[in-house]
Design a protein around this ligand. Structure first.
Ligand code: GRG
Length: 307
C-alpha cells in the first residue's frame, strides 16, 4: 500500500469518526429513522466532500478544526440524503448502493424518504449549531460571519440553484423520450447535480479559513474542474467499471437510454478530458498558499479512481 493510500485511509477513518459523532443516538419511538440514518451514512463511501472541506481549510494553515468539522459532516449528510432519494423507486429505483441494500430496500420506501429528509435537516441543524457556538469565540463576529457565509453557500449549492435543480432537469429529461438530453443540457445537469456540492465543499473550507476573495475565486474554478472531471469519470466507470468494486451495476445509463458525456465524446475523449481537467485543477491549486501535496495526490487519485 502506498503512503498516499495509507494517508487516504487514515483521513477517511478520521472523517467517519467525526460524522458519526454528529449523528444523533436516539432510543425513542422514532428509533427506526435514526437507525436508517446511521445505516445510510455508515455503509461506506469515499467521503470525498468532507475531505475537500477539511483539506481546503488546512491549505490556509489554520488549526481550529473543531469549527470546521460540523460543516464537513453536514455536506456528507446532504450527499447521503441525495443518494438515498436518488435510489428511490420514483427516481433511479436501485436496490444496491456501495455494495449494500439501498435504504428504502432495507427499511421500506416511506422510511427511505424520511431518512433523506432527516439527513437534510440534520445537516443544517449541525451547521447552525456551529454558527451559534462560534458566538463564544474570541474573535466572535468574524468567526460567526464565516460560519453563516459557509452555511449560505451550502444551502444554495444543495438546493434548487444547485444539486436539486440539476436533478430536476435530469429527471424531466429522462421522461422526454422524443427529446433526449442535449449536450448543453448535459453540462447544466453536471454543473449542478455533481459539481455544486464539490464547489460547496471547497468553498466552505476556503470561507471558514478566511481566504481572500482572489483565493476564493481560484478555489471556485478549481472545484468546478474537479466536479466536472469527477462526473465524467463516473460516466466512464458506468461503461468500463467493475461492478464488484463499484458496489452497483454498470451499464445503467446505456440500459436506460440515457446520454452521458461518453455518448457525446466517446470513451477515449472522455478519459482524456478527465485527465486534462484534473491537470488544469492542479495548476490552479498551485496558485494557492500552503502545503498542496495531499490535495494534488487526491486529484490524481480521482482521475484513476475505480469506484
Ligand atoms: C435526489 C435531490 C437529489 C439529488 C440526487 C447525487 C445525485 C443527485 C444523484 C446520484 C447519482 C449520481 C451519479 C450523481 C452524480 C454525483 C455522484 C457521482 C455521486 C456519487 O458520489 P460518490 O462517488 O459516492 O462520492 P460515495 O458512495 O463514494 O459517497
Amino acid at each position: 500500500m502506498s503512503d498516499f493510500t495509507k494517508l487516504l485511509l487514515n483521513k477517511t477513518e478520521e472523517i467517519n469518526q467525526h460524522i458519526v459523532d454528529f449523528l444523533p443516538k436516539e432510543e425513542s419511538l422514532a428509533h427506526t429513522v435514526f437507525d436508517a440514518m446511521h445505516y445510510s451514512v455508515a455503509v461506506g463511501g469515499k467521503r470525498l466532500r468532507p475531505m475537500l472541506v477539511m483539506e481546503t481549510y488546512r491549505l490556509f494553515g489554520h488549526k481550529e478544526e473543531a469549527l470546521v468539522w460540523p460543516f464537513a459532516a453536514a455536506i456528507e449528510m446532504i450527499h447521503t440524503y441525495s443518494l438515498v432519494h436518488d435510489d428511490l423507486p420514483a427516481m433511479d429505483n436501485d436496490d444496491y448502493r456501495r455494495g449494500n441494500l439501498t435504504t428504502h430496500k432495507k427499511y421500506g420506501e416511506a422510511m427511505g424518504i424520511l431518512t433523506g429528509d432527516a439527513l437534510l435537516n440534520l445537516a443544517y441543524e449541525t451547521g447552525l449549531k456551529a454558527c451559534v457556538c462560534a458566538n463564544s469565540h474570541d474573535e466572535q463576529s468574524i468567526c460567526q460571519a464565516r460560519c453563516v457565509e459557509a452555511l449560505q453557500l451550502l444551502a444554495m449549492k444543495a438546493g434548487v440553484f444547485g444539486m436539486v435543480g440539476g436533478q430536476a432537469v435530469d429527471v424531466e429529461s429522462e421522461k422526454q423520450e422524443d427529446c433526449p438530453i442535449t449536450r448543453e443540457k448535459l453540462d447544466y445537469i453536471y454543473e449542478r447535480k455533481t459539481g455544486a456540492l464539490i464547489e460547496a465543499s471547497m468553498g466552505m473550507g476556503a470561507i471558514l479559513a478566511g481566504a481572500s476573495s482572489k483565493e476564493r475565486t481560484i478555489v471556485q474554478q478549481l472545484a468546478y474542474k474537479i466536479g466536472l472531471a469527477f462526473q465524467i469519470q463516473d460516466d466512464v466507470l458506468d461503461v468500463i467499471g467493475d461492478e464488484a468494486v463499484l458496489g452497483k451495476p454498470i451499464g445503467s445509463d446505456d440500459k436506460n437510454g440515457k446520454p452521458t458525456y461518453v455518448t457525446y465524446e466517446g470513451l477515449e475523449q472522455a478519459k482524456e478530458d478527465v485527465r486534462r481537467l484534473s491537470m488544469e485543477a492542479i495548476d490552479l491549486l498551485h496558485q494557492l498558499p500552503g502545503n498542496k501535496e495531499f490535495l494534488e495526490k487526491l486529484i490524481c487519485y480521482l482521475i484513476s479512481r475505480d469506484k
